[in-house]
Design a protein around this ligand. Structure first.
Ligand code: AMP
Length: 211
């Protein structure tokens, strides 16, 4: 059983590391960002409500997020654990998860400088089909502009535009970063300095997990 949270600014590599660890430990990654983008793509009522908030880099209300996560972790494939990516995003969300009896073994905070983040998000390309993430120079797909996993054409997320990045970083520092203290008080915080390399950062995380 391994229940993890990945914390860190947008573009720190949470999704990339979560994908590697999901595969290594055979546990699912629960990304609220991916779930919301899927709802937008499917054109559901929830997707319609969330779209403008996501595009503007603003947070979607807790009343949407918490039930979405609670329902997801209750599914069968989460019995041996799971990785949360992009949630909790605020102290209020962390408290709500605690109230719902959703517990964790480790909270891995990937520490990255804002300047690095700006560059990384500008070069990020994502697959609208399967959610796989690439970077034009740091983690390029085998064929330029095409997803390695499912072959769809890669796109740039609308919220990876320069002015939206600045706003998302601001929200990270004011709303999400206080979670480090919240989980440190509970003895769960594991800070990992971003090495700049996917494999070398992964090695540090695996070590923390004792894997
Ligand atoms: P992400 O893929 O984690 O960067 O999330 C993309 C966007 O989805 C965010 O900028 C928010 O608009 C929304 N979002 C994702 N997760 C959450 C969350 N836990 N709470 C509120 N909004 C969220």
């Amino acid at each position: 059983m391994m229940k993890l949270i990945f914390l860190g600014p947008p573009g720190a590599g949470k999704g990339t590391q979560a994908a590697i660890i999901s595969k290594a430990l055979s546990i699912p990654t629960i990304s609220t960002g991916d779930m919301l983008r899927a709802a937008v793509k499917a054109g559901t009522e929830l997707g319609k409500q969330a779209k403008s908030l996501i595009d503007a880099g603003k947070l979607v209300p807790d009343a949407v997020i918490i039930p979405m996560v609670a329902q997801r972790v209750a599914q069968d494939d989460c019995q041996n654990g799971y990785i949360l990516d992009g949630v909790p995003r605020t102290i209020a969300q962390a408290e709500e998860l605690e109230k719902a009896g959703i517990t964790f073994d480790h909270v891995i905070s990937i520490e990255t400088d804002d300047a690095v983040i700006r560059d990384r998000l500008t070069g990020r390309r994502v697959c609208p089909g399967c959610g796989a993430t690439f970077h034009v120079t740091g983690n390029p797909p085998r064929t330029e502009g095409v997803c390695d996993v499912c072959g769809e054409k890669l796109i740039q997320r609308k919220d990876d535009a320069a002015d939206t990045i600045a706003h998302r970083l601001e929200i990270y520092h004011s709303e999400t970063e206080p979670l480090k203290e919240f989980y440190a008080e509970r003895g769960l915080l594991r800070a990992v300095k971003d090495t700049g390399g996917i494999d070398s950062t992964n090695a540090i995380i695996m070590d923390i997990l004792g894997k």
